[in-house]
Design a protein around this ligand. Structure first.
Ligand code: ADP
Ligand code: ADP
Length: 236
């Protein structure tokens, strides 16, 4: 269970997120919706600690997320993998190596520093690519792939981290409708097959309604809706 208690973040004395309290049960597929600037991205980044809250607390089971540093913070980040709108792959490296990056926290430090991957690591990475029908692209440079393919590589990289949660920040914002479906289906598969919690920022209410078990609507930094998709009757 992920619990946010009265979490706020200010930038230049202006509130990006203010007084958000939420509990998110393990295994759910949560959509965070709202206009641009509503605070969705800041909310997600605070969970992963890419952004520190100005006040409030974030706890995950027995972990006080807001107090982590060093190795414990790196471990936490591996447990809640981020997916970004712009994929954030290393373009000049091949696809398999990009996925292997997700294993860095899973192997001894000396091996990870030298990028000495075992056959088992490679098999795990390849199997993750297979699940999203892109194993055939393993040897290609990441920057030669289409957007939908790159986002599936990013999801495979997240999966091999064996995370508790995947935090996806507008993962389909730069994709066409066909790739949008492929990528959302990949996130749904991860959620249903492995029970990994997905928290996904989305612009599209239609998509949110189609994929999510629960919607959190944000406006001007505050939660203005929280419930099942069918409860949402007005625009947020
Ligand atoms: P959303 O993801 O819903 O579009 P964001 O969380 O990106 O919203 O932004 C919420 C508010 O916080 C906006 O007013 C945005 O300009 C501001 N903001 C976000 N990140 C920063 C930052 N690093 N520096 C300054 N202001 C920021
Ligand atoms: P399947 O049974 O669907 O073929 P596998 O169990 O063979 O899947 O695992 C395939 C990939 O998924 C591997 O990369 C593995 O690391 C990853 N994986 C397996 N179990 C989990 C889990 N509980 N959480 C995250 N990733 C997992």
């Amino acid at each position: 269970m992920l619990v946010l208690d009265d979490v706020s973040r200010r930038f230049n004395n202006k509130a990006a997120v203010s007084g958000v309290s939420l509990s998110i049960a393990g295994g759910s597929f949560v959509g965070v919706i709202g206009r641009s600037g509503a605070g969705k991205s800041t909310l997600l980044r605070m969970i992963n600690r890419l952004v520190d809250p100005t006040s409030g607390s974030i706890r995950f089971d027995d972990v006080d997320v807001t107090r982590l540093d060093g190795r414990a913070l790196r471990d936490w980040r591996a447990r809640c993998a981020m997916i970004f709108q712009q994929f954030n792959l290393v373009g000049r490296l091949d696809v398999l190596t990009n996925v292997l990056m997700g294993r860095l926290n899973k192997v001894p430090t000396a091996r990870s520093l030298l990028r000495l991957w075992s056959e088992e690591d490679r098999a795990i990475a390849l199997s993750a690519l297979e699940q999203f029908d892109i194993a055939g692209l393993a040897a290609q440079r990441a920057d030669s792939l289409s957007g939908g393919q790159q986002q599936r590589v990013a999801i495979a990289r997240a999966l091999v981290q064996e995370p508790d949660a995947i935090l996806a920040d507008e993962p389909i914002a730069s994709l066409d409708p066909r790739n949008t479906k492929v990528v959302m289906d990949a996130l749904l598969r991860i959620n249903r097959h492995y029970g990994i919690t997905v928290i996904c920022n989305l612009h599209s209410l239609d998509l949110a309604r189609t994929y999510c078990d629960r919607l959190i609507g944000m406006s001007a930094g505050s939660v203005v809706f929280d419930g099942a998709p069918e409860m949402l009757t007005e625009d947020v």
